[in-house]
Write a protein that binds this ligand. Structure first.
Ligand code: ARG
Length: 370
């Protein structure tokens, strides 16, 4: 953001001082209809199984209230906030390769938009119902394109998402958590290597290095595509045995500032993947326990949204208001905590990091792992 109020897109990591951000909306969000791999991605004991269609209006209103409050909280701190324009998510989608009964929503933006420097990249996505989700953000992309002469609006090749993208072994109703954990440890995931697939929320930005989770929503070809797309970056594939539903990295691995990362204690980064951090004296500490025993109703995510925090600058972090243990740990780590009430919006796809996408953070591309 410049003094004239015109947009500048620039963000190289997850912690530099945040000046401009997109916050999602709950408008017209839908629970996806049946599609291949959907069952594989929704926790087996979830109350969402078998349900689909527009989310109840009162939950949409409540989530919007919280998202609006979060946006004004950020604005009061001098951060510029933009919001998506919801498309009609009840519209069924048909491509030459697949059709789906309805779409998903304009939450959470972190899943779709990856900002690297002056570029915003629309991810391929890997759910059929999320294939057109980028359209919710196109009005913003157009505005940024007009206002910032250096802005690079990019879109990754849209995948075909035929049945060949999904391992049939995963498509049975109940696999059981034990088998899931074994498969995750073996890096056998629901998505095949048919074509590049990635969601933006599987990527964490550390200046010159991009750390990408290989799992249900991002395959190795997707990671290779990112490697070729960002030739000046080092792209590292990571995976977290211990997560039976490896979808999006941001409730698993959370950088707070240069030298410090929180890691979900149930989903520990394997030793051999810790090397680059250890060699450069980065600390990886276990995150605090979540304050809740179960996610709220109709929620895709686990209770570990507790660690899905939004860093405002290397000393300040937004933590969900009810996550008292996480807040306490932040305090001990020397971070100032900004409490944000968001739990009733978790069902719409995630926490404070998920429901935002970076437009501008101060700072330049640094090499933290020389
Ligand atoms: N799979 C994560 C969990 O349940 C939630 C990640 C949500 N992140 C996101 N960007 N939507 O622990």
């Amino acid at each position: 953001m410049s003094d004239t109020g015109k947009t500048i897109v620039n963000s190289w990591n997850e912690w530099d001082p945040l000046r401009h951000v997109i916050v999602g909306r709950a408008d017209d969000c839908h629970i996806p209809a049946e599609e291949p791999a959907l069952d594989a991605k929704v926790p087996e004991d979830s109350d969402m199984r078998g349900q689909w269609g527009r989310r109840p209006q009162e939950t949409i209103d409540r989530a919007n209230e919280l998202l609006n409050n979060f946006a004004s909280q950020l604005e009061k701190r001098g951060i510029r906030v933009d919001r998506p324009t919801s498309i009609d998510h009840s519209v069924p989608v048909e491509t030459p390769d697949f059709s789906t009964e309805s779409q998903f929503g304009c939450m959470p933006p972190r899943d779709v938009l990856l900002t690297v420097g002056s570029e915003m990249l629309e991810a391929t996505m890997s759910y059929r119902c999320r294939w057109f989700e980028y359209l919710n953000y196109r009005p913003l992309m157009q505005k940024y394109f007009e206002e910032d002469p250096k802005f690079r609006h990019e879109s990754a090749p849209k995948p075909r998402l035929t049945d060949a993208d999904y391992h049939p072994d995963y498509l049975s109703e109940k696999i059981g958590v034990e088998k899931r954990l074994k498969w995750t440890a073996e890096k056998f995931f629901v998505t095949t290597e048919e074509e590049p697939l990635f969601d933006a929320a599987d990527v964490l930005r550390f200046g010159r290095d991009l750390v990408v989770q290989h799992g249900f929503t991002t395959n190795l070809k997707g990671i290779e595509w990112l490697r070729r797309h960002f030739p000046d970056h080092r792209v590292h594939a990571v995976n977290f045995p211990g997560d039976p539903y490896p979808i999006h990295i941001d409730a698993t691995f959370t950088p707070l500032r240069p030298g410090l990362i929180l890691n979900n204690p149930q989903r520990r980064l394997p030793d051999e993947q810790r090397e680059m951090f250890q060699k450069n004296d980065w600390q990886i500490v276990d995150s605090a326990q979540p304050a809740h025993n179960a996610p709220p109703p109709l929620c895709y995510s686990s209770t570990w949204l507790s660690m899905n925090v939004l860093v405002l600058d290397p000393k300040t972090v937004c933590v969900e208001k009810s996550e008292v243990y996480q807040a306490e740990q932040m305090d001990k780590l020397g971070m100032e905590v900004v409490e944000v009430d968001l739990r009733d919006a978790y069902a719409f796809g995630g926490g404070l990091h998920c429901c935002t996408a970076d437009v501008y953070r101060e700072g330049v591309c640094e090499d933290y792992f020389p």
